[in-house]
Ligand binder design. Structure first.
Ligand SMILES: Cc1cc2nc3c(=O)[nH]c(=O)nc-3n(C[C@H](O)[C@H](O)[C@H](O)COP(=O)(O)OP(=O)(O)OC[C@H]3O[C@@H](n4cnc5c(N)ncnc54)[C@H](O)[C@@H]3O)c2cc1C
Length: 239
């Protein structure tokens, strides 16, 4: 089931050959070669092992040399607010509610509300009331920047996001975890899928801590996935 059908995530640009770039940066740290030799020495077959080494050793600063840009649409203001809390190695450009007048916006309805027709109708009704009040204020001459206080957080937004691979690792750790809120978790998982397609070796260990690090910091709030993963690992070892 698609929990957030309006959500659209597009990876639109990234550092050319991101895996090679990160591998060269890493090799420079450990090599006495000069620049030209260094560049030539990083042949295709050496990239994968180099990435594996730096990721396993936690030498994450070299991942900052690869940057990925996403265009995200069909996302609520609730979620963009959570997203922009990620400050380090992240850049954002969001459609302005100050300068852009909302015209018949879509409202993002969380799945637990969408599952119940009556609740969904109520939810959309309240959203529309907020929007109608906004429209009336704007029609009476109030600036969008003031009238927008009436808009619900469910209102759809669009945001352009660029993050370094290091920032993405951190973001995925926190936001692909089952303990993260549903919409941002859905967004994070889509972003993870995109970057894993673009740079599979670079993001081989990206994901929640249970997947990336084999541990879970959630204690009694753990979703239980870590236990299942450990059981799977134990079974594989016995085979
Ligand atoms: C499940 C969940 C629940 C949450 N609930 C709440 C909540 O109830 N209320 C709330 O306000 N937020 C909440 N948040 C947001 C959270 O507190 C962070 O603001 C958000 O996840 C961004 O993480 P970050 O600060 O690590 O990321 P970034 O801002 O990208 O920072 C990355 C890392 O850089 C370092 N860093 C950044 N800034 C500083 C600094 N000033 N000093 C020292 N080191 C720094 C830290 O190591 C940090 O982890 C929640 C997040 C999650 C995942």
């Amino acid at each position: 089931m698609n929990d957030y059908p309006e959500l659209k995530v597009r990876l639109i640009a990234y550092t050319p050959d991101p895996e090679w770039v990160v591998a060269v940066a890493a090799r420079l740290c450990y090599s006495s070669l000069d620049g030209e030799e260094l560049l030539h020495s990083m042949t295709g077959d050496r990239v994968g092992p180099m990435l594996k080494t730096v990721i396993e050793k936690g030498h994450f600063s070299v991942l900052e040399h690869a940057v990925f840009s996403f265009l995200i649409e069909g996302v609520s203001r609730v979620t963009t607010h959570q997203l922009v809390r990620h400050r380090i190695g992240c850049s954002y450009s969001q459609r302005s509610q100050r300068y852009v007048r909302e015209k018949e916006p879509r409202f993002i309805v969380p799945p637990e509300i969408r599952a119940d027709e009556e609740k969904q109708e109520e939810f959309v009704k309240f959203c529309r009331q907020g929007y109608e009040a906004y429209k009336e204020q704007v029609a009476s001459g109030v600036r969008c920047e003031s009238a927008r206080y009436l808009l619900p957080q469910a209102v759809e937004s669009k945001i352009f996001v660029s993050m370094s691979a290091r920032a993405l690792y951190h973001f995925f750790q926190l936001r692909t975890c089952e303990r993260a809120q549903g919409e941002i978790r859905t967004l994070a998982k889509r972003m993870l899928k995109e970057v894993q397609q673009a740079a599979p070796r670079l993001f081989q260990k990206a994901g929640p801590p249970c997947v990336g690090e084999g541990s879970c910091p959630e204690g009694e709030f753990s979703c239980g996935r870590i236990k299942k993963l450990q059981q799977k690992e134990d079974a594989a070892e016995k085979e």
